[in-house]
Design a protein around this ligand. Structure first.
Ligand SMILES: Cc1cc2nc3c(=O)[nH]c(=O)nc-3n(C[C@H](O)[C@H](O)[C@H](O)COP(=O)(O)O)c2cc1C
Length: 170
């Protein structure tokens, strides 16, 4: 599908079918993330694929927006091992991870799978629940699966501001 159409048609899926995610599709989605650009190519992303009943129960209890997806991806970054802006001191790991996650979200959409970019959570609690390494920070979570038959976009999906409100040409 043409990329512009794919970006327009992708929407946040909040209800999933029970159909599992095919292994080849999961691998293709992970590969799309691997290809993403990161600051200074330091690749500080660390991705956890939650698919066991225990891990899914844990994430659903902590993050309501994990919904009923059969796979939940947890995206972390390593602030000590990423580029740091020398002017602001700001580490790039969250930006890097977001670009990786966006690549994966679009690949999933191309394969007919649904996702939702999720930040509404107590990040340190998620970190603790999965005993993640001390040098990693949780940035976002992404449910992944086949959309339920009656899944529909929320009204917000089509509410995009006109370019005139968000773009300034100087
Ligand atoms: C940084 C960020 C955080 C988000 N957090 C959540 C969330 O916690 N729960 C949720 O259901 N959707 C979340 N979303 C999805 C947005 O609500 C959604 O992308 C937006 O309303 C546009 O709708 P669409 O994705 O269907 O086009 C988040 C999206 C972004 C980019």
């Amino acid at each position: 599908m043409d990329l512009t159409r794919l970006m327009a048609e992708r929407y946040s899926v909040r209800k999933y079918s029970e159909k599992p995610v095919e292994e080849a599709h999961l691998q293709a989605i992970l590969e799309a993330g691997r290809l993403a650009p990161t600051a200074k190519n330091l690749q500080p992303q660390r991705i956890y694929v939650l698919e066991s009943p225990e891990a899914l129960a844990k994430i659903r209890a902590l993050v309501p927006s994990a919904f009923n997806a059969p796979v939940v991806l947890v995206f972390c970054g390593t602030p000590e091992a990423c580029w740091v802006n020398p002017f602001t001191g700001h580490p790039s790991d969250e930006t890097d991870v977001t670009i990786v996650a966006t690549h994966m979200m679009l690949k999933a959409a191309e394969l007919g799978l649904g996702t939702c970019y999720v930040c509404w959570m107590d990040n340190p609690k998620v970190h603790q629940a999965f005993s993640l390494p001390a040098g990693e920070r949780v940035h976002c979570v992404m449910p992944l699966g086949h959309p339920a038959e009656d899944s529909i976009p929320s009204p917000r999906h089509t509410e995009r501001r006109p370019l005139a409100e968000t773009v300034t040409r100087l």
